[in-house]
Design a protein around this ligand. Sequence first.
Ligand code: HC0
Ligand code: SF4
Length: 572
Amino acid sequence: IVTVTVDGRQVQVPGNATILDACRKAGQNVPTLCYLKGINEIGSCRVCVVEVEGVDQLVASCNNYVLDGMRIKTNSPKVRLARRENVMLLLAQHDTTCTTCARGGNCKLAEVSNDLGIIDFPYKTILANSPWPHDFPLIRNNDKCIRCMRCIQICDKVQASHVWGITNRATHTLVDVAGGANIHDVDCTLCGQCITHCPTGALRERDDVMRVYDALADPDVTTIVQIAPSVRTSWAEHWGLSDEKATIQHMVAALRPMGFDYIVNTDFSADLTIMEEGTELLEHMRRNANGGSGFPMFTSCCPGWVRFVKAHYPELVDDVSTSKSPQQMFGAVVKSYYAEMLGIDPHKIFSLSIMPCVAKKAECAYPNMNDACGDPDVDCVLTVREVSRMLRADHVDVANLEPEPFDEPLGYGTGAGIIFGATGGVMEAALRTAYHIVTGKVPKDDMFDEVRGLRGWKEATFDMDGTKVRVAVASGLQNAKDLCDAIVSGEVSYDFVEVMACPGGCVGGGGQPIHDGEELAGPRGKVLYGLDRVAKYRNSYENPDIVRCYKEYFGEPLSERAEKLLHTDQHG
Ligand code: HC0
Ligand code: SF4
């Protein structure tokens, strides 16, 4: 413990604290721009500079450490001048057309610049012009890049994907696809983590909002929208509403006046996925007991993970579950069973899904995801950010909505479907149903809760009346890589492995609302587990809509029709 003085106020901090930590402890919120705790502490933007008594040069507070007796000034004239100058130099290479920026109103650079009172801007702006294929679901706009390096670090350290690199030097320095490659030719998983960690509008998702407005305006088209599990925790964050005023039923009420014909719940198809995948798991274990690959079965619902495993572990691809993701299962059900039930021509359905995910935009366009009627099973995917922009454009009075139910049938999802959105949730949901299949008994409440929580690599062994099931759960692709390496080398062995590309699972997804520097997977996940706790049904096999769906249409899990519509042997 050392004692330092910040703007005249003494504080005690651990000897390994940064100056920034000490300033914040003293109540002085020094501005930062490139800084991301634990991930990017390189002091490149020079916005967090402070004056330290006895030191001539200003020091970056994010990556310099305290010394006992240090006296720090966070807002001296020298500091203020330097911060302004540093930010103005960034602006001199930034496209400041903020009115047409996807991040409008939610930009760290704009915030810092406004806070510093940069109104008269003396420099001429010179912009980097690097081309980008605008059909790709991830868009890089280099004239908005401030070279903070956050995207490089997230992609390297957290997502083990190494997509971004630095090209050129000095004032020509650019962050771009490493080695000058085309983004189509590198192994971007489309996890979107670089987007949610970008402090400006240099990275964003492809905007598909106009396709949705066009479908809504076409009288010949029936629009059916599904909403993913984790979206219920985050859709209204833009408006800062309480959890009670921002439930999924409020979201249904918000979407109705926009003109959607049917609003359905991806939780239902998450339950469907569990029925298929839980059954498949038991077959996979049987195969392994009789000389199968020896590798565990891997979950397949996260398209970021599927892209990753295909690129880096081809030897494991055959052990990825053939079950489609809940999004794609719902798409296939909508254009077959649901269309039949409603008496609509499936070719005239526009099937939309609202996801916390960028990779889902790619998943729905894979050529093998058109099993129902030959058209894509899901036509379009919007991120939570895009939907929030639509609600703002339509001036929906989000704070004063009366909750409304989903459309029936296929509107109901169990607690097991809801927890899909958090890391470990798919595993827990599958184990509840597998337990029932194996033992014929109802699983005790929360008997598989060991796989919950934000740790990047979790493992547990469960006993199902004598059948031992060894499981592991990873989220974040560096954790997934460590896990896969250990599996391939034989260091560890499991029966079932869940991987989600984004840290914390879909609640931390790359299509979620952006709160710069804050990680919200934890609190959002808690909401999902809270909903599971109070759900009428907590096990997928108990879902009355699922029971009906098998009775009327699929027969049983892994039936011929289920294999055709709900499974794929290719994964993209
Ligand atoms: Fe998934 Fe996800 S990836 S868990 O399987 O929540 O259900 O498809 O919708 O939200 O993205 C399910 C699928 C989602 C989310 C995402 C979640
Ligand atoms: Fe890397 Fe994910 Fe961004 Fe692709 S989307 S560049 S994998 S962080």
